[in-house]
Ligand binder design. Sequence first.
Ligand code: UDP
Ligand code: MG
Length: 320
Amino acid sequence: MLPKLIIVIPCYNEQEVLPITSKMFLNKINSLVSAGKISDESRIMFVNDGSKDDTWNIICSLAKSDKHFIGISQSRNRGHQNAVLAGLMEAKDNCDITISIDCDGQDDIDAMDKMVDSYMNGYEVVYGVRSKRDTDTFFKRFTAEGFYKLLQKMGAEIVFNHADYRLISNRVIREFANFKEVNIFLRGMVPLVGFKSTTVEYERNERIAGESHYPLKKMLYLAFDGITSLSVKPIKMIMNFGIIVAIISFIGIIWAVVDALMGNTSTGWASTVCIVCFIGGVQLISIGVIGEYIGKIYMEVKKRPRYIISERTYDDDMEK
Ligand code: UDP
Ligand code: MG
């Protein structure tokens, strides 16, 4: 039997791009169906992430126009990661494979063919990896590649240059559903599930229309969030740093005592004040980092729902 595919597409204020890219997604599904790679029961699922513009209305009219389009809406804006998660959980048990992709046409949808082929060859997870970043500005490329390197150095296992364009089999999603954490960083979590995986290279284009929702500030938050939800390396680094500072201070104390015994009383409070300030600063940063982890624990123990679906374009059993 041919596998049933659900393409999961998060959308936040995308009224400009949706009319354009929805056609591209539909063509892709139709061509995969006619190539005999996937079943005609496959669907394109838009996840409206609490958009403030016309996005949800567009999704509803798309759903009326073609059976392949379906949509769900989050009760409010929760961010890209939660939107993708909502889509994946909704698709769970309703399909054989999912592919998550952004709705702005930046990720080359033709890579889906290779993803489905890899699935047919026995891979349960297929990561879309950007081959080059020519179309990004130097600044975006520099910050984005720095992001991956920083995350890897900090102990978060992620696939280099892989964003959230990936194929996941239903089997993996079922296991993934047992990861109950509320701080989610899909790129770092999917590799933790394991199973046989591979990568597919694709070229990333420019946004077809509209603007990026990931300026530098949001990207830094995402990086910090990723690191603190996946690894405790920052805490270990603080401890190592503390040990080094303690050793240096100890040498300094010996030197001061020897110096005093030899009768060279050192004057000047500036050096003392500098050191006190420095240590004060380091301590504040350290408390901040630890505080970040405590904040995460706080969010986790509350066990609040990770997404709330307020509307669907179909009945609960996904049949329209
Ligand atoms: N997105 C979302 N919720 C948000 C922000 C973004 O669902 O709060 C979606 C957005 O509609 C798009 C994807 O996430 O499909 C990636 O966003 P964007 O293209 O703005 O990021 P970039 O590609 O610039 O990193
Ligand atoms: Mg984009």
